[in-house]
Design a protein around this ligand. Structure first.
Ligand SMILES: NC(=O)c1ccc[n+]([C@@H]2O[C@H](COP(=O)([O-])OP(=O)(O)OC[C@H]3O[C@@H](n4cnc5c(N)ncnc54)[C@H](O)[C@@H]3O)[C@@H](O)[C@H]2O)c1
Ligand SMILES: [Zn+2]
Ligand SMILES: [Zn+2]
Length: 361
């Protein structure tokens, strides 16, 4: 029997979101219904609300979530009712050109549920990132459920489902930061601070946090930054070079995604170093660089999609490290809120007052 539950919907570009009654079908073949326990408020939810992703309104927002499997459809064997899972937006297909060449973290054909959740009028909803988790129960593809140790708190575990994984992965998967390396991270919101936490975990010895907001830099120190630079007060490139014997950092992560921060990242890395772009630019943005500098500085400029993660490999491992006290994921949770508070959380995020607001059910 389809169930009726409460969920957060964005009806129209720019309009405040509202809590609506939503119809969740029983799971079909390969599908799962998950009782959501917690879901973080991510910048991407706001992007959807503002029409910045696409025009497929109405959207069911939320995608950074953890919960308990309630029921499974035909053919589902990887998860069973009662399992504690983190939802992911990379349910790898195993069959596309990336999967076949052994790089499933680039999967170009990730799975989503085939059936749609709807409003009571029958209007179909577009779930954010193919998930939709600001809702009491959600319907997803079985591959979007990654089982992890249930000893982790849901409001903490769910954050690995998006921004925190994107940041940690930008540092350790895409940037390949390792023991003794230097790294600079430009932009210390949820994603940038996760890159800092990831770099510390990987053994980086110099971790430079760059932001325009001293409050963010304070949090960055808590996550393991060894040095901080307020780039409103000091030139970021000169500051990073001064802290790395004049050379620049081995890896520079741009967790803002603007032409000026990308240019800083490009020039603040050591010769043959790596630039990782994890912040998401808007379509109007352009960069101009002397081509000779692109050649002469060598190394790599890479983008990091979802931290180049493989959920089945990375989520259980990172949850285990968290439970061992080696990855302070709980520090990303600035506040826990109710389902009715998502709009207010967008405002706090916009003002930079929080790393993450997390809806708990
Ligand atoms: N690549 C991915 O898979 C992925 C996944 C999730 C989020 N993201 C993107 O990562 C970016 C960061 O997300 P977030 O949740 O951390 O956002 P956020 O708003 O919490 O953090 C952004 C930070 O950048 C700082 N900042 C802004 N302008 C700056 C500048 N010119 N120089 C230095 N710092 C500056 C802000 O003070 C803030 O601390 C967003 O663009 C988001 O869309 C990417
Ligand atoms: Zn694939
Ligand atoms: Zn997200």
């Amino acid at each position: 029997m389809p169930q009726q539950v409460r969920g957060v919907v964005a009806h129209k570009k720019g309009d405040p979101v509202s809590v609506e009654t939503i119809v969740v079908p029983d799971p079909g073949p390969g599908e799962v219904v998950v009782k959501v326990q917690a879901c973080g408020v991510c910048h991407t939810d706001l992007h959807y609300r503002e029409g910045g992703i696409n025009d497929d309104f109405p959207f069911l927002l939320g995608h950074e979530a953890a919960g308990i499997v309630e029921s499974v459809g035909e053919g589902v064997t990887d998860v069973a009712p009662g399992d504690f899972v983190i939802l992911n937006w990379r349910a790898v297909c195993g069959n596309c050109r990336a999967c076949r060449r052994g790089e499933p973290w680039y999967c170009f054909s990730t799975h989503n549920a085939a059936q749609k959740m709807t409003l009571t009028s029958g209007q179909e909803l577009s779930p954010a990132l193919g998930i939709g988790a600001f809702i009491e129960k959600t319907l997803v593809h079985a591959g979007q459920c990654t089982k992890v140790n249930p000893a982790a708190k849901p409001e903490v575990a769910g954050l690995l489902g998006c921004g925190v994984m994107a940041g940690i992965g930008a540092a350790i998967n895409t940037g390949k930061v390792g023991r003794g390396d230097s790294i600079a991270v430009i932009g210390c919101g949820g994603v940038g601070n996760a890159a800092i936490a990831g770099a510390r975990l990987a053994g980086a010895s110099t971790i430079i946090a760059v932001d325009v907001d001293d409050r963010k830099l304070g949090w960055a120190k808590d996550f393991g930054a060894t040095h901080t630079i307020n780039s409103r007060e000091q030139d970021a490139v000169e500051g990073i070079q001064a802290l790395t014997d004049g050379n620049g950092a081995n890896v520079v992560v741009d967790a803002v995604g603007r032409p000026e921060t990308f240019t800083q990242a490009f020039y603040a890395r050591d010769l043959a170093g790596t630039v990782v772009l994890v912040g998401v630019p808007t379509p109007d943005m352009r960069i101009e660089l002397p081509l000779l500098d692109v050649f002469g500085r060598g190394g790599a400029t890479k983008s990091s999609w979802y931290g180049d993660c493989l959920p089945s490999r990375d989520f259980p491992m990172l949850i285990d490290l968290h439970l061992q006290g080696r990855l302070p994921l709980e520090k990303f949770v600035s506040e826990t809120i109710g389902l009715d508070d998502v709009e207010a959380a967008f405002h706090k995020m916009h003002k930079g007052e929080v790393l993450r607001s997390v809806v708990v059910f």
